[in-house]
Design a protein around this ligand. Structure first.
Ligand code: ATP
Ligand code: MG
Length: 389
């Protein structure tokens, strides 16, 4: 195992106990995400070291793990300066022009002092390449760490995903539809260290198997940042049909969303989720005006986090593209919201009216029934989604 990956932690809270929790959770998450790789992990309060063979492959996985500020690939060579030179020239980007050498001597018995070593290696690089020295503003900073077991050389820091390690903040339940917004909301919440589980409301036969697979595909993409995603699929047909039969057109969406909130809140309590998360964005559609939000949210006291509430659609799309959910989100399969959409949904719903309409049918029994029949998916088999993409 010739390569050493060094990890600097992301946003750490200063409290000692938190720091320990942060580092331990990050270690567990890394172990889980890299469980198929042959690695050795060592850590201290400031950095983590991963010994491995195929550094590039490991780094691309590490870049999706929250709680990592930056990643450095250090290459191990013999303490012989000729070997150090050879490796340095290999990793210095030929498109860049200037460099400086920084030497750290962890092995204090090494006979050459740091400054002198930097000068000697710098001289050899000058002689064997077209690079020029610039000690004040170099394009490349070549760092050399001389240790007992060998010398490590590295050039750049690779940016990590930032945020907090998934799970340090506890658990949340994400209302995950097949749209663009909710996967982005999930990603942003995972980034704050929340262990996200997902809930999807389906209404077969009004919604298709493809619509469900699309949601599972989105969950599998989020799972690359988490490794712990579950999708709880709620059978929602009877409730939607009852709303359709018993409530005026313009209130259908408002009441449907109140039912979703009720179910999600009850289930959150059952699985120990402290918050609900969804992809609502202020003013995006009739059910997301402030009046609608008040009316819908009034069915529960559980905090509802709306990470994209204040983003423009184009800003949300930018993130969706970056995290690779966009192409799946825009597939055409109908969601239960789109199937039962009235022409003119109310934009200033009144809570009293909702309560009255809801008395037209026994929604409590229907909700209990739906919760009792939730199916949970934990394994995302790619074969099932392939034909979608
Ligand atoms: P889009 O990205 O096109 O806006 P959307 O899924 O966000 O689609 P909305 O009608 O805006 O659709 O719904 C608002 C939020 O409600 C979603 O972001 C999601 O969190 C939740 N939601 C809507 N439909 C469902 C569903 N079938 N299952 C789970 N959550 C849903
Ligand atoms: Mg939306």
């Amino acid at each position: 195992m010739n390569n050493l990956i060094m990890i600097k932690y992301g946003e750490l809270t200063t409290k000692k106990a938190n720091r320990k929790l942060f580092i331990n959770t990050l270690t567990q998450n890394i172990e889980k995400m890299l469980s198929n790789e042959n690695i050795e992990i060592r850590k201290d309060q400031v950095r983590m070291f991963i010994k491995c063979k195929n550094a590039n492959k490991i780094v691309s996985k590490l870049q999706k793990i929250f709680g990592i500020h930056s990643i450095v690939i250090a290459y191990k060579v013999n303490n012989n300066i000729e070997d150090v030179l050879k490796k340095s020239l290999e990793i210095m980007d030929k498109n860049k022009q200037t460099f400086k050498v920084v030497t750290k001597r962890a092995d204090k018995n090494y006979p050459v002092h740091s400054m002198e070593y930097s000068r000697r290696l710098g001289g050899l690089i000058l002689k064997n390449s077209n690079f020029k020295v610039d000690v004040h503003n170099p394009d490349i900073t070549l760092t050399v760490e001389i240790r007992n077991e060998g010398t490590f050389v590295y050039v750049d820091e690779i940016k990590g995903a930032g945020g907090y390690p998934v799970s340090v903040a506890g658990k949340g339940l994400l209302m995950l539809s097949g749209g663009i917004d909710s996967p982005v909301a999930g990603y942003l919440t995972l980034k704050r260290g929340v262990n996200v589980e997902c809930m999807y409301f389906e209404s077969p036969p009004h919604t298709s198997k493809e619509a469900q697979n699309k949601v599972l595909k989105l969950a599998s993409i989020l799972n690359e940042y988490s490794g712990k995603i579950k999708v709880h699929i709620v059978p929602f047909t009877k409730i939607q049909e009852a709303i359709f039969k018993n409530c005026p057109d313009i209130y259908m969406i408002t009441i449907m969303r109140r039912m979703m909130y009720r179910i999600a809140a009850l289930y959150a309590e059952k699985i120990g989720a402290k918050i609900l998360i969804n992809g609502e964005s202020i003013g995006q559609v009739a059910s997301q005006t402030l009046d609608s939000m008040v009316c819908i949210n009034s069915v529960t006291n559980i905090p509802v986090i709306r990470p994209v509430a204040c983003f423009d659609k184009l800003e949300i799309i930018d993130i969706a593209k970056k995290i690779n959910t966009y192409e799946t989100s825009i597939l055409p399969y109908e969601d239960c919201c789109t199937v039962f959409v009235p022409k003119h949904p109310v934009i200033k719903p009144e809570i009293e009216k909702c309560i009255n309409y809801e008395q037209n049918f026994d929604y409590q029994t229907l909700i209990e029934d739906a919760i009792n029949n939730i199916k949970t998916v934990t394994n995302f088999k790619e074969e099932e989604f392939q034909d979608l993409l």
